[in-house]
Design a protein around this ligand. Structure first.
Ligand code: 9Z3
Length: 315
């Protein structure tokens, strides 16, 4: 089967997300409003996908990604003037609220007594400045309407929503950036091969047969958003194969940039691989200790390359 047909085929083999039409209209309105303003728009994908083992899902296959890269990158894109369509795994980290992900609401507030019988809930002093800072950033983004968060859980949700987002972004041409940081499963179980009910352990040891997910970058670059600036991520655990695999990906899919990272060092260094160059973006141990995030350096570097790409298209 030709690659293109495999892609069409997979959409018939996976379940359509709940409320797909409503979500699609939210995405379309968001893109249309920013198109009217002439803004650059980035689609940031973030977090891992689940692969259900049963239709009425009790068990699923998952991966490590919590969405740090995607959620922090979204904040820096907003700071750099982009509107952000944030396609993220449900309950993974989100821009602004991510700064409090290790805390529960019960850690943040306390009961204080102002008068004898009057109890009020107040934010603890030690968190006040941090909350105020994130709240005011969040509020200004909310008022400008420059962030739309859309959730996925399963691989099927992700694929449908990715395609719908790309088709909407197509209308803004090279002003669109795709920043594909989500850790997407390479394997899935087609819906007609999935048992409806919970798999019973009384049936003995479980053997799974998973199908390969066709690589989505192919139709994405070729058909869905052919004039956008496309950034994919390449994750490996073995640094030795990273550059070759990134270059192979660029050759195969013909997109603009691969950001290559190794699992253990991904928060400290990444390698930008393009057709003409390879360049490290990193932060020092001192910067890391001071709370500087690598995404604060990645995003300006992506923006610079995106704008060079835009200038080439316009000249
Ligand atoms: C990445 O490489 C991201 O940087 C991470 C971020 C998933 C490592 P966290 O969420 O992690 O901050 O904890 N994303 C892409 C991973 C991936 O599956 N890439 C595919 C591949 O390497 C190609 S698109 O084959």
């Amino acid at each position: 089967m030709a690659e293109h047909d495999k892609w069409d085929d997979i959409f018939t083999r996976i379940a359509v997300p709940e409320q797909f039409d409503e979500t699609k209209s939210r995405i379309n309105s968001f893109i249309d409003s920013h198109k009217a303003l002439g803004k650059d728009v980035v689609l940031v994908t973030s977090g891992g996908t689940t692969v259900p083992l049963e239709s009425r899902t009790v068990r699923f296959i998952d991966n490590f990604s919590v969405g740090t890269r995607g959620s922090s990158s979204a904040e820096y894109f907003l700071q750099h003037g982009y509107a952000v369509l944030f396609l993220h795994r449900s309950r993974s980290l989100k821009p602004f609220s991510r700064h409090f992900s290790r805390l529960s609401v019960l850690d943040l507030i306390e009961i204080s007594c102002t008068h004898a019988d009057l109890e009020t809930l107040t934010v603890k002093d030690c968190y006040r400045a941090k909350i105020k800072k994130q709240l005011s950033l969040y509020e200004s983004v909310r008022q400008s309407g420059s962030l739309l968060c859309v959730e996925f859980t399963s691989l099927a949700d992700y694929l449908y929503l990715l395609r719908a987002s790309c088709q909407a972004l197509h209308s803004i041409g090279p002003k669109a950036v795709l920043y594909l940081a989500a850790a997407v499963s390479d394997f899935y179980i087609p819906k007609n091969e999935m048992p409806e009910h919970k798999i019973q352990s009384s049936d003995g040891a479980l053997q799974l047969s998973l199908q390969l997910v066709p690589k989505m970058l192919k139709p994405l670059v070729k058909d869905w958003v052919p004039s956008a600036f496309v950034v994919s991520f390449k994750l490996e655990t073995d640094e030795q194969i990273l550059v070759k695999k990134s270059k192979d990906s660029l050759t195969k899919y013909q997109h603009q940039l691969v950001i290559a990272n190794v699992l253990d060092t991904r928060k400290q260094k990444v390698l930008f691989v393009s057709r003409l160059s390879e360049e490290f973006v990193s932060i020092s141990s001192e910067e890391m200790a001071a709370g500087i995030e690598i995404e604060s350096k990645i995003i300006p570097a992506v923006k610079q390359r995106h704008h060079e790409f835009l200038n080439q298209r316009q000249s």
